[in-house]
Design a protein around this ligand. Sequence first.
Ligand code: PLP
Length: 434
Amino acid sequence: MHHFRYSGHDLHCESVDLAAVARLYGTPTYVYSATTITENYQRLQRSLSGLDLQVCYAMKANGNLALLRLFSNLGAGFDLVSGGEIRRVVAAGGNLRKSVFAGVGKSEAEIKLALENQVFAFHVESEPELARINHVAGTLGVKAPIAIRVNPDVDAQTHAKITTGKSDNKFGIPLRQAGAAYEAAAKLKNIEVKGVQIHIGSQLTSVAPFVEAVKKLVPFVADLKANHGISYFSIGGGMGIVYRDALASGEQAWWSNQPAGQGMITPESYGEALTPLLAPLGLKILLEHGRFMVGNAGVLLTRVEHLKRGASKNFLIVDAAMNDLVRPAMYDSYHEIVPLHRDSSRRALVADIVGPVCESTDCFAKDRQLQEVGEGELLAFMSAGAYGYAMANRYNARLMPAEVVVRGSSFELVNARETFEQTIANEKIPAFLK
Ligand SMILES: *Cc1c(COP(=O)(O)O)cnc(C)c1O
């Protein structure tokens, strides 16, 4: 559930009229609902309240400093994937001692930074990485706490580009080799074996693959507890959100949109299915959800540049582009697109909704039906809080978009639109061309 809805004819985030935000800060601009994020976080915690839980928000989904502070205030740690993310948490005043450092290619400098900041654990993806962490810890005279990421070889039934738990993905160590990897880890002088980790993919819409992966791991995890005294099991992230009918899903229970019998995953169904499997282990359970926390808590505001009526098609050209929100171009993702001002007297329009970037993949939606809108009018891309700004870039010399956070009737610009001068600050003309 989320806090985007029409009040009268105008789309609001909590009590804030989104058109007012667009007028003040321009477009394209991301807007996040702090209350939605808070409720998502608390709902997930409640759904697994029978367990000794530690939530590590997967900040790669959205690393805005204001949101990191919000998560930190809620008691979250972070799932980190780079030195830059470690430094962002420091900048936001977040807690690194509750945070875990994942990723297949941690550099020596990143490992050192994580050790200096006393992260809760490293999530190790290979034997060579283990050796490197052992080496860096030795030079600092400390022991590095680790968990090995085990690849359970299950099909997450999600988009091929965001599945991570099959044996042909680059992630983790296969279950049949994991025992040997733990034996090797236990022999390393500067390594403390502390837990075990899995993460099978992103945008999972059913509970079944989570259940399959956890069931596959449980005997192995129990052995690790008995033989290596591990204290935690991280079951990763990956809970999916509603992208179709995203707006309506805020006004009713979102799972009621799903066809009967194939229930969309919810924190409740996830908790209900996994708690009985996990509780008997008697371990701390780490969760690393990213998308679920912030996905439906954000929208991207955009303005219509032109309605171009083509021979066979209409094109609605907007001022946001694939550089601002790359998911449709990269993963064929669906985003609901709605007008900020709803007017039932308008005719319907069917159009491809496209950005100004010079690429045919700069297309947000094909043959989408919405109310007729014209130049200067405002639209919102729903469910844009996760992997939106985080994946934005400057292709076509465009500027990184602005970000705004709303709580109740308050809103604040938390990341100003980039300036042209910032984008060229590190560049120079070499002497031989002068
Ligand atoms: C990306 C990632 C997550 C978060 O995935 P979501 O689908 O956003 O929940 C969690 N853990 C690891 C190791 C990841 O790489």
